[in-house]
Ligand binder design. Structure first.
Ligand SMILES: Nc1nc2c(c(=O)[nH]1)N[C@H]1C(S)=C(S)[C@@H](COP(=O)(O)OP(=O)(O)OC[C@H]3O[C@@H](n4cnc5c(=O)[nH]c(N)nc54)[C@H](O)[C@@H]3O)O[C@H]1N2
Ligand SMILES: Nc1nc2c(c(=O)[nH]1)N[C@H]1C(S)=C(S)[C@@H](COP(=O)(O)OP(=O)(O)OC[C@H]3O[C@@H](n4cnc5c(=O)[nH]c(N)nc54)[C@H](O)[C@@H]3O)O[C@H]1N2
Ligand SMILES: [Mo]
Length: 665
């Protein structure tokens, strides 16, 4: 990204025209960052809480007082309850490596704090791909331009991954067909050749039926299967019972559409699947991802540039994370061993139920758990605890910031140095500060470095500069990192990973070489038995009678989770409930009515939006708002469940039943 600066003020943000993926344009969310940078909601100096937790009343203090208080409280808690009573809580508020998982990790490892299992977004799909493919590699976005058939599966490309879209446009100009599988007629679905509106959480059944047709009609790539896969016979036996007519009922997709899709997908080459995280946020999401991976593999789609499957490109960023994060420092902690792991998706439980030891302190950065974590009422119950010492590092006065005992102001990516891997392509970039820092803000690296010194940690790594850390993280020796150096990044700003020779496409798995112990794709038939999610139209009967609607809280357009939650324009989106005319009429709901969505976990007041992109039985709340800006102080996560999926410990956000009623006038 490029920043135009005039008199020390940033005046505009631009995509870099030379960048091969973004090619000079920014997505609608990132173009808003300057408004955020100069927002009156920016935190400018350290503060301590003077009101009740959640109330948001604070008084200014100095950095010395803030750091002394934190060091003193954390030491006291570590002494009394053991350091595992301290819980870091962070996610990808910044995708920068140093401020995302650098000095913070070193600090908490050395302290002996609990470790956080960062499951909130992608761990289900990640675990599934690891089991099937070993390496979570994927075709480059640029290669989608060469596909002849593109399947967007639980992927709202136009809304959440717009930089892929031009390559799809190019492919379609050359005759490619785009099919979208999504319960909602998203922007992407509306632009597709075919939209298959699947029942939420039934993707595994669909993938089984597609493979049923392919194998029954002998359309698989027998040579690829024989050379590079394990478990094809078991898979063939498994899919036999999953006929298109049986799966039609389970998915809501007509049998003939399933047969057509199977034939076209298997016989058109190259065929690419863009799988995004939509399908893995449901109860059997891990198995569903494994089934889609098996589908892409038995057809031999990996052989072609422009084929294969893309969920994530992250695994190709082969960093030396041990050098950056220093897990070995746990041995130097008072516990002298690896510490306990707490799942971030179960934050409510962690703060209210776990003992041995209980969580007595939480340090939050790069995340807004009071808004984004599932089962919000339980999360807030925990965060309200008076005996919980909470530190929050933030740029804005978020919901979470309101619960801080000590609130620290953070720099933005325009104000600090960091190294970024990408979300969906293979270029990494270095960003040096473009602007002087705002107020007394400090970067996460600076804060955790200072805290380490305050706590008396003398290990040399707590003196490392940002540049030292970059050199360390680049030093993995992996071939993908060949030639990626700090000097080159400083010169060129963005650098393509060395995944293939320049000018040649990266075609992972074209000749097998999967990252599993067997080096083959593990088709995983044993894991692929479909049972509808408990919270779904074919799930638990008692629950369905009380709460007959399936709720999807997928990403809001022009937003970034809760990052832009301070904006009024976003509130209108994230405060609305989308439902079809039929479901509305049955409840005497008209457009614009105030409605209440509820289940056993919570209740939420919203504006009804009668929406022809929704089908009967499914409702949607775009995610996710700042809870404090809502009438009842809750975001959509007051309704979502912290029930975990089948793999990777991720939350089943999209397996969620609710009922909706019109509010009394
Ligand atoms: N505009 C915008 N862009 C974003 C973000 C944002 O908040 N706003 N967030 C970023 C982040 S953190 C992420 S992880 C990515 C996520 O990017 P995506 O995975 O594309 O986004 P989601 O909204 O989670 O889900 C994608 C689609 O899955 C559909 N879906 C829901 N349930 C099912 C199901 O059971 N089966 C199928 N087939 N589809 C289903 C939803 O209707 C939705 O359209 O987006 C990133 N980009
Ligand atoms: N209902 C529902 N809930 C969801 C989802 C959903 O689809 N539906 N999606 C889930 C997914 S995929 C994700 S990834 C999570 C995202 O949840 P979070 O990771 O909490 O992401 P954000 O809401 O964007 O909040 C990030 C915060 O980090 C702060 N931040 C940014 N840069 C820095 C920095 O350098 N230093 C510090 N200290 N702070 C910084 C920002 O100000 C922002 O408030 O939400 C999950 N929650
Ligand atoms: Mo995410």
């Amino acid at each position: 990204m490029l920043v135009r600066i005039d008199n020390g003020q940033a005046v505009s943000l631009h995509g870099d025209p030379a960048h091969p993926v973004t090619r000079g344009f920014l997505c609608a969310k990132v173009t808003q960052y300057l408004d955020r940078q100069y927002s009156p909601h920016r935190l400018l100096y350290p503060q301590k809480r003077v009101g009740a937790k959640g109330e948001g009343r604070f008084a200014r203090i100095s950095w010395d007082e803030a750091l002394d208080t934190i060091a003193e409280r954390l030491s006291g808690i570590a002494q009394e309850f053991g350091p595992e009573a301290i819980l870091p809580y962070s996610y990808a508020g910044t995708m920068g490596l140093l401020n995302g998982a650098g000095m913070d990790r070193r600090f908490f490892h050395r302290l002996g704090a609990s470790r956080l299992d960062r499951t909130i977004c992608s761990s289900t799909g990640g675990a599934a791909l690891t089991a099937s493919l070993g390496f979570r590699y994927a075709p480059e976005p640029e290669q989608f331009a060469n596909a002849k058939f593109i399947l967007a599966w639980g992927a709202n490309i136009h809304g959440t991954n717009v930089h892929l879209w031009p390559f799809i446009v190019e492919a379609r100009r050359k005759g490619a067909k785009l099919v979208v599988i999504d319960p909602v007629r998203t922007r992407t679905a509306a632009l597709a050749d075919v939209h298959l509106a699947i029942h939420p959480g039934s993707d595994l059944a669909l993938a089984l039926a597609l493979m049923h047709v392919i194998i029954a009609e002998n359309l698989q790539d027998a040579d690829y299967v024989a050379r590079y896969t394990n478990g094809f016979e078991q898979l063939a036996a498994r899919v036999r019972e999953w006929t298109p007519s049986r799966v039609a009922d389970l998915t809501g997709i007509p049998a003939d559409a399933i047969v057509t899709l199977a034939r076209e997908y298997a016989t058109t080459k190259p065929a690419a699947i863009r799988l995004n995280y939509g399908i893995q946020r449901s109860e059997r999401g891990g198995a569903a991802v494994r089934a889609v991976a098996a589908l892409a593999t038995i057809t031999g789609s990996w052989k072609h540039a422009g084929g294969g499957l893309q969920l994530t490109t992250s695994h190709a960023f082969q960093f030396n994370t041990a050098a950056l994060e220093r897990p070995d420092l746990q041995k130097a902690s008072p516990l002298g061993r690896e510490t306990r792991v707490v799942n971030m998706s179960k934050l409510g439980e962690a703060l209210t139920e776990i003992t041995d030891p209980p969580v007595k302190a939480m340090v939050v950065y790069n995340s807004n758990p009071a808004a984004i974590a599932p089962n919000q009422n339980k999360v807030l119950q925990g965060m309200r605890r008076d005996d919980l010492f909470t530190v929050v590092l933030e740029q804005l006065q978020t919901d979470t910031a309101d619960y801080a005992d000590i609130l620290l102001p953070s720099t933005t990516f325009l104000e600090h140095t960091d190294l970024y891997r990408s979300y969906g392509h293979y270029f990494m970039q270095l960003a040096r500060p473009a602007l002087a820092r705002t107020g007394e803000t400090r970067s996460n690296v600076e804060v955790f470095r200072a805290l380490a010194h305050r706590m008396g940690f003398t290990d040399h790594c707590f003196n490392d500069s940002e540049d030292d850390m970059i050199r360390q993280v680049l030093s993995s020796g992996h071939k993908f990192m060949d030639g990626v150096t700090l000097e080159r990044l400083d010169r060129e700003h963005w650098v393509r990973l060395n995944i293939s020779p320049a000018g040649e496409p990266f075609v992972p798995f074209a000749e097998g070489a999967f990252g599993t112990p067997s080096s083959k794709c593990e088709l995983g038939a044993d894991a692929l038995d479909y049972v509808p999610p408990v919270e779904s139209r074919f799930g638990d009967e008692k629950l369905r009678q009380k709460y007959p609607l399936e709720l999807i809280t997928s990403k809001a357009d022009n937003a970034m989770n809760s990052t832009f939650g301070y904006r009024d324009t976003l509130d209108a989106q994230t405060g609305s409930l989308h439902l079809c005319a039929e479901d509305a009429a049955g409840r005497r709901i008209s457009a614009g009515d105030r409605v209440r969505a509820f289940n056993d976990r919570g209740s939420l007041t919203l504006r009804a939006e009668i929406d022809e992109t929704m089908r009967s039985g499914v409702v949607r709340i775009p995610a996710v708002r700042w809870a404090k800006r809502a009438e009842d102080g809750r975001s959509a996560n007051a309704l979502t469940s912290d029930h975990l999926t089948d793999m990777g410990g991720g939350p089943a956000f999209f397996s969620c039943l609710v009922e909706v009623e019109r509010c009394a006038d």
